[in-house]
Ligand binder design. Sequence first.
Ligand SMILES: NC(=O)c1ccc[n+]([C@@H]2O[C@H](COP(=O)([O-])OP(=O)(O)OC[C@H]3O[C@@H](n4cnc5c(N)ncnc54)[C@H](OP(=O)(O)O)[C@@H]3O)[C@@H](O)[C@H]2O)c1
Length: 258
Amino acid sequence: MEIANRHVLVTGASRGIGKAFAKMCAEDKAHLHLVLRKTDPEAVKSLEAAGAKSVTVWEADLSTRQGVEDLLQRLKDIPVDILFNNAGTLTGGLLEEQPLDDIYRMFQVNLNALVHLTHGLLPGMLSRKRGKIINNSSVSAYMHFPCASTYAASKAAVAAFTDCIRMELKETGVTTLLLITPGIKTRMFDEIETLYSKNFQIPNDSISPSKYAEMIREAVLHDLDVIEPSGLTGVGLKVAKFIKPLFEIEVSRRFKRS
Ligand SMILES: NC(=O)c1ccc[n+]([C@@H]2O[C@H](COP(=O)([O-])OP(=O)(O)OC[C@H]3O[C@@H](n4cnc5c(N)ncnc54)[C@H](OP(=O)(O)O)[C@@H]3O)[C@@H](O)[C@H]2O)c1
């Protein structure tokens, strides 16, 4: 799908992958819709300067069902062409040590809000026979590490959800793009170290948000339905998927309970 002149809605556009993708869409002359918890006039100015046809900020907190409902209500007249479900939070550590409130909030932002926004914006896309839904999952959906239990569960659900609707949407003009995202050098990447490293030695290779945003842009333009990591992480992903016992040997070597 072309990006120029399209209405592109990005959740989690304040920083990291979402911010980098918004910049790329601005350079491609899209109408940008940024979902932010707090308005950021500087970000709007710089996206306009980068070439965006228009930039609109939609303030929303996706950690409650009401927050998503209010957002959808305000978006009802916007013909969203590309929905990038990107906002996310991280939980981690031994399960019994993860605060339950954090777990509930994480599932709401990473999974429920993503499903709810897709559910709300899909009918408009279907009636226009045009749309692209980009869902940001993770290698954690398939590479099951200790200390990632709840976060990995949310991302595995995102991958399953995207795969199911990909098939449902065949020949409707609406397509999906699943991001099996590897380590990207963002604030969340640094949080992984903080939350996991007491018990698990995490692999620490990463790529920059701008490089990843460029990969997402290419995938949109060429209508790919999945982005999988390459390099060492790509090999790890294949081992996790197809030779699980071998993957578990390496994982056990890196894990200590206390
Ligand atoms: N970085 C990685 O290595 C990696 C790997 C695999 C998958 N991912 C996925 O990639 C996506 C983007 O992550 P990132 O690495 O760019 O992380 P990030 O820099 O931490 O950005 C997270 C974004 O989500 C937003 N967000 C968090 N809670 C929210 C809420 N309650 N309501 C609205 N927005 C909220 C944040 O907004 P605020 O500024 O308001 O907090 C921020 O814009 C996430 O879904 C993440 O799970 C990342």
